[in-house]
Design a protein around this ligand. Structure first.
Ligand code: SF4
Length: 87
C-alpha cells in the first residue's frame, strides 16, 4: 500500500493545499489545510517526500513551503541566510 492511500486529504479539494500566498488573506486557508494534515496518519511520510522532492509550493506534511525551507535548509543555506540575506 502506498502512503498516499492513507492521506487525510485524499477526499479534500486539492486547491485547499495550494494557497496563493503564505500570509494575509491566505492564512485561514492554510490553517484549514494544516488542521487536516495534523490528523493525517502519514504526515511524516508526506513531509519527508515534500522535502526530498523539493516541493516549492503548497502545504505538505502540515508545513508551508516557507516553513519547510526554514526547517530543512541545508547547513550551507543557513550560513548564507545568516550572513545578511534577509530573504
Ligand atoms: S500530511 Fe497533509 S498534505 Fe500530506 S498527505 Fe496528509 S493531509 Fe495530505
Amino acid at each position: 500500500m502506498n502512503w498516499l492511500d492513507l492521506a487525510a486529504c485524499r477526499f479534500e479539494d486539492p486547491e485547499l493545499f495550494f494557497p496563493l500566498t503564505e500570509d494575509g488573506a491566505s492564512l485561514p486557508q492554510i490553517e484549514r489545510a494544516r488542521q487536516i494534515c495534523h490528523r493525517c496518519p502519514v504526515i511524516r511520510e508526506c513531509r519527508t517526500a515534500a522535502v526530498r522532492h523539493g516541493e516549492s509550493d503548497g502545504v505538505w506534511g502540515g508545513l508551508t513551503a516557507r516553513q519547510r525551507k526554514a526547517l530543512f535548509a541545508r547547513p550551507a543555506d543557513r550560513r548564507t541566510r545568516g550572513s545578511g540575506d534577509t530573504g
